[in-house]
Design a protein around this ligand. Structure first.
Ligand code: 3PG
Length: 212
C-alpha cells in the first residue's frame, strides 16, 4: 500500500525518535500492533537513519520515512537508506527536488499563506502545517484550505488525542502527525504496551472522526 492509501484509511503519522535501532523497532512494532503502520523517524539523533532502516528491514508492513529533514544532503542520505517519504519542518526547494527526483512523497512544513503558495507553485499537493497549534490551529487551517482548494494538509505540532477530532474534521486534512503517540517516559520504562494503547486510541478517534 502507498503512504497516501494508508493515510486515507488511518490518518495519523506517529513520530519515532531514537538513537537505538532495536528500540526504534520496538516502538514501531508497538505502534503497528495498535494499527499505525507509518513511522516518521526524525533525524534528531546520530543513528536515526539506522533506526529507519531497521524498522524497514524488520517490519515490512510498516512504511518508514524520514522526518526533520533539513537539507538536500540529508534528503539524499535518507533516500540512500530507503526512506519511503520525507517530512521537513519548513519548505526547502532542495529537499523537495531530491525527494521528487527519487519519486518519493515529500511533505514540507508550511505555516503561512506565502509558504503554502510557494509549495503550490512547486507543484506539491500536500504540505505539513507546522507548528499547527502555534500557527493558528483549526481556524487557520480552515482559512488556508478555503483559498488553496486543492491543497491537503498534515497538521503537526501540538496535536493531542483531545484536539485530533477537530483537526481530522477539516476535509483538507490528509493526516495528523505527532509525538504524543511515542512518549519518552513510556519508551524509557520499556512500556511498549502504553504505545500500542495510544495508537489504538488514535485509530479509534480517527475512525470516528472520518465516519462522521
Ligand atoms: C514535529 O517534528 O513535527 C514536531 O516536533 C511534533 O510536534 P509534537 O511534539 O507537538 O507532536
Amino acid at each position: 500500500m502507498s503512504i497516501n492509501e494508508i493515510l486515507t484509511t488511518t490518518p495519523v503519522v506517529p513520530l519515532v525518535q531514537s538513537d537505538d535501532p532495536e528500540t526504534a523497532v520496538r516502538i514501531s512494532r508497538a505502534l503497528a500492533d495498535g494499527g499505525l503502520k507509518v513511522a516518521e523517524v526524525v533525524l534528531r539523533t546520530d543513528r536515526a537513519l539506522e533506526c529507519m532502516q531497521a524498522i524497514a528491514d524488520e517490519l515490512p508492513e510498516v512504511i518508514a520515512g524520514a522526518g526533520t529533514v533539513l537539507s538536500a544532503e540529508q534528503a539524499e542520505a535518507a533516500m540512500r537508506d530507503g526512506a519511503r517519504f520525507i517530512v521537513s519542518p519548513g519548505l526547502d526547494e532542495g529537499v523537495v527536488a531530491v525527494a521528487r527526483e527519487h519519486g518519493v512523497p515529500v511533505y514540507p512544513g508550511t505555516m503561512t499563506p506565502g509558504e503554502v503558495q510557494r509549495a503550490f507553485n512547486l507543484g506539491l499537493d500536500t504540505v505539513k502545517f507546522f507548528p499547527a497549534s502555534i500557527a493558528g490551529g483549526v481556524p487557520a487551517l480552515t482559512a488556508l484550505s478555503s483559498v488553496f482548494r486543492t491543497m491537503r494538509f498534515m497538521p503537526t505540532g501540538g496535536v493531542t488525542p483531545k484536539n485530533l477530532p477537530e483537526y481530522l474534521a477539516v476535509p483538507a486534512v490528509l493526516a495528523c502527525g505527532g509525538s504524543w503517540l511515542t512518549p519518552a517516559d513510556a519508551i524509557g520504562a520499556g512500556n511498549y504496551d502504553a504505545i500500542t494503547q495510544l495508537a489504538s486510541e488514535a485509530v479509534a478517534i480517527a475512525k470516528q472522526s472520518r465516519a462522521g
